[in-house]
Design a binder for this molecule. Structure first.
Ligand code: UDP
Ligand code: MG
Length: 324
């Protein structure tokens, strides 16, 4: 099989037909042999029904439906496991990842790259949002070992060995932007313009974005914990110097009582820093807790009948897959 396309879908009933038409239009006559795997991530609308209908209509379309909403990362993992192609493309169901770009991306992949990544320009986005993203990626550049890039999302085409590399990472907490960067291999970039969503609403709320950001910062190393050590040392040194100053002052000028503001600032400031790093510590502890449970990333409720036997095997025996 030349190409598999993995599409995570969560409440996308309105967009699936359009996605089908766009994919068929973009690929027919150009890519001989392809499959589209729609992963229904526990949608609460009629997405599954739509996926069944499309699979019945077009033999190139298959679907897997998860038992509940496990999140996009889990849905993508599921799709990657089921993909049979020698190349695998990941794209969103809402047509924010224009399928017309696939041809160029595939040509680049065939010229010897293992990953071809579509980078979204921030043209037309609100200023404060772009500025926030810039700041975030700057912080990531300092704190995270792998290189995360602005505008890079999950829209990408991977070679078979890149897919196997991603599948070989067993972690429960999957921050795919980082995982794709972590596996390395030669990567090429293709720019595209930001496209507004077709149908439905984005599933990202501000809270979810912030959590995603924290996940990114804490998923790859323990540098934030290091930061606590450095900051602790700095505060201890400053506090020592201040105490010396106060003692010297008392010896020279006698006892003085003011200092209420300093005291309060010290207590409140240190309290804040302590809580912050307690949070950072908790974040790592929580991650370890979930990793230690070794639960499967998702459960499958239903899938189209002709799915990959190996994937079915993996689904039934997740332990075998961890061992392999
Ligand atoms: N998605 C998913 N599970 C979720 C949330 C989203 O499979 O829990 C899918 C969604 O159907 C879409 C893609 O992930 O195909 C991107 O989601 P969305 O468009 O909401 O994100 P945005 O484009 O705003 O980053
Ligand atoms: Mg979207």
């Amino acid at each position: 099989m030349y190409l598999s396309m993995v599409v995570p879908c969560f409440n996308e009933e309105r967009g699936l037909q359009r996605l089908h038409d766009a994919l068929v239009a973009a690929l027919s006559g150009r890519v001989r042999d392809y499959e589209v795997i729609l992963v229904d991530d526990g949608s609460t609308d009629r997405t599954l029904r739509e996926a069944r209908r499309l699979a019945a209509l077009n033999p190139r379309f298959r679907y897997v439906s998860l038992s509940r909403n496990f999140g996009k990362e889990a849905a993508m993992l599921c799709g990657l496991r089921h993909a049979r192609g020698r190349r695998v493309a990941l794209l969103d169901a809402d047509l924010q990842h224009p399928p017309q770009l696939l041809r160029r991306m595939l040509a680049l992949l065939d010229s010897g790259y293992d990953q071809v990544v579509a980078r979204r320009s921030r043209v037309g986005e609100r200023r404060c949002r772009s500025a926030l993203s810039k700041m975030y990626y700057w912080a990531c550049g300092r704190l995270v070992d792998v290189r995360l890039q602005d505008g890079v999302g999950d829209f990408r085409v991977l070679s078979r060995r890149a897919v196997e590399a991603v599948l070989s990472l067993p972690e429960y907490h999957r921050f795919s932007k980082g995982l794709f960067a972590w596996i390395g291999f030669d990567t090429a970039y293709v720019w595209f313009r930001n496209v507004p969503r077709v149908g439905g609403g984005s599933k990202w709320t501000l809270g979810k974005l912030v959590n995603y950001g924290i996940d990114g910062l804490t998923s790859f190393n323990s540098k934030p914990l290091r930061l606590a050590i450095y900051l602790g040392v700095l505060v201890a040194v400053l506090a020592g110097a201040y105490v010396l100053f106060v003692v010297a002052n008392t010896i020279v000028d006698g006892v003085e009582v003011p200092g209420y503001a300093t005291l309060l600032a010290g207590v409140v400031g240190l309290g804040g820093v302590q809580l912050l790093f307690l949070g950072v510590l908790g974040e790592y502890l929580g991650k370890s807790y979930f990793e230690a449970k070794r639960r499967p990333h998702y459960l499958v409720k239903e899938s189209s009948p002709e799915l990959h036997p190996q994937a079915r095997e993996r689904r039934l025996h997740p332990a075998a897959e961890l061992a392999s």
